[in-house]
Design a protein around this ligand. Structure first.
Ligand code: NAD
Length: 424
């Protein structure tokens, strides 16, 4: 067997992290070496350079990516990110994590991810729409309900998904809601999709606390880094259940109040001014400080690589529930595991988003829509089962939860690959 890596400069930390996590897991997965090598590679990588007319008449070029890591279990599935930090390597990492995430929660998808190198805050609404429609047009040859189904991620939202659905549908000639998930309800979105990822993070937090004998919520202190779709919905649901959310942050900085933040009031403030800064009755802290403040549970819900060898020693939380993808480096994992910090990994903790995206796709294909309680009941059932399976693998193989989750997922994908065989 030849061990190699997909051709890459490995300049992006996320991809290094994804490959290292993969290598750590396959060491415990008892798999055919050829399959181990096969699954290391993304199936397809798509790079597009395309023009967008700015409001002042200038034409600017943008670069976008879409990587399908695996399609062995079904259509590839994964979000679209608009950020200046997007690189091919970052997208490769996120696509690989999507493959493991979908396999871990047993939904019939492979993994994909996409992104455009752009700060969406620098675009007018019209420019954002033109950029999205042109990028979507470029993806049409590789996108369809049975081939690849995008969804929102950092910097994108339901409106962006609506433009993608419309662009695809106009080109095909009829409405195809199932080509993208995370859409507004008015065009075939699912009840509960907006809250799904954050809610799932809290479901995993409850499972982890219960496993450690903690069944109360009162007085359990939670810090959330990132107050976007995932972070704000996790904070809101945690607050609703009686947890004390003592700290939150966005890209500009953090807020801390040891007596607990009034999360509904903070959401109203954020909606009004577009940021969390300026919220009264809280101490202002930096993002670095936020991670190391006293709390019981830390929920990173911003970016990759935020918990690293430089700050892992100082983290005071006993539990880390990963809302973001790839927030913890392997070095930090080692430090935290040695210190007995219990980590529920991203591919499990933030899988609520893709689970409800799957429900949305199923509803669109059947043209039959569910109520919110059915969505949340099924979400909790699937997530709780995935948590239990991961916990059992961790106990049986004496592994941390991240490695156990990867082993479970990788074995499922490997089994599907072996069953299908190598074409031709
Ligand atoms: P978002 O754009 O809605 O919010 C991101 C938040 O993080 C914002 O509050 C932003 O200000 C903050 N942020 C950005 N950079 C930061 C930094 N350096 N330090 C602190 N805060 C920072 O994005 P989102 O959809 O909530 O995604 C957040 C994370 O969750 C990403 O890692 C994403 O891949 C992951 N995720 C999202 C979903 C989903 O359904 N949206 C599903 C699974 C995983």
């Amino acid at each position: 067997m030849v061990v190699s890596y997909p051709q890459t400069s490995l300049e992006n930390d996320a991809y290094k992290i994804a490959l290292e996590q993969y290598d750590r897991a396959v060491a415990h997965a008892n798999l055919d070496d050829n399959l181990v090598e096969y699954m290391r590679y993304p199936r397809r990588e798509f790079i597009v350079n395309f023009p967008v007319r700015r409001d002042d008449g200038r034409v600017e070029m943008f670069t976008g990516y879409r990587v399908h890591h695996s399609t062995v279990m079904g259509p590839s599935k994964g979000g679209l990110r608009y950020s200046t930090a997007v690189t091919l390597d970052e997208v490769r990492a996120l696509a690989m994590w999507m493959t493991w995430k979908c396999a871990l929660v047993n939904i019939p998808y492979g993994g994909a991810k996409g992104g455009v190198v752009v700060d969406p805050k620098t675009l007018s609404l019209g420019e954002l729409e033109r950029l999205t429609r042109r990028y979507a047009s470029e993806l049409i040859p590789l996108m369809s309900p049975m081939m690849d189904v995008p969804a929102p991620d950092m910097g994108t939202n339901p409106q962006v998904m609506a433009w993608i659905m419309d662009t695809y549908s106009m080109n095909i000639g009829y409405s195809v809601p199932a080509v993208v998930t995370g859409k507004p309800l008015a065009i075939g979105g699912s009840e509960g999709r907006t809250e799904a990822t954050g809610r799932g993070v809290v479901v995993c937090m409850l499972a982890a606390l219960k496993y450690h004998g903690i069944t109360r919520t009162e007085g359990v202190r939670v810090i959330v880094q990132g107050f976007g779709n995932v972070g704000s919905n996790a904070a809101a649901y945690a607050h609703e259940l009686g947890f004390k959310v003592v700290g939150v942050s966005d890209v500009e900085g953090g807020l801390y109040n040891p007596n607990g933040l009034d999360i509904p009031a903070l959401l109203t403030h954020q909606k009004a001014v577009g940021r969390i800064a300026g919220f009264p009755q809280a101490e202002v802290v930096t993002n670095d400080e936020l991670l190391t403040l006293p709390c019981d549970v830390l929920i990173p819900a911003a970016m990759e690589g935020m918990i690293h060898a430089g700050n892992a020693e100082k983290i005071q939380a006993r539990f880390i529930i990963e809302g973001a993808n790839g927030p913890t480096t392997p070095e930090a994992d080692d430090i935290l595991n040695d210190r007995g910090v219990y980590i529920v990994p991203d591919i499990l903790a933030n899988s609520g988003g893709v689970i409800v995206s799957y429900f949305e796709w199923v509803q669109d294909l059947q043209a039959f829509f569910w109520g919110k309680s059915a969505v949340f009941e099924n979400l909790e059932r699937i997530l709780t089962a995935a948590y239990q399976t991961t916990k059992q693998t961790a106990e049986q193989l004496h592994l941390d939860m991240r490695t156990a989750a990867h082993v479970t997922a990788i074995q499922r994908v490997a089994n599907a690959l072996a069953t299908r065989g190598i074409y031709p």
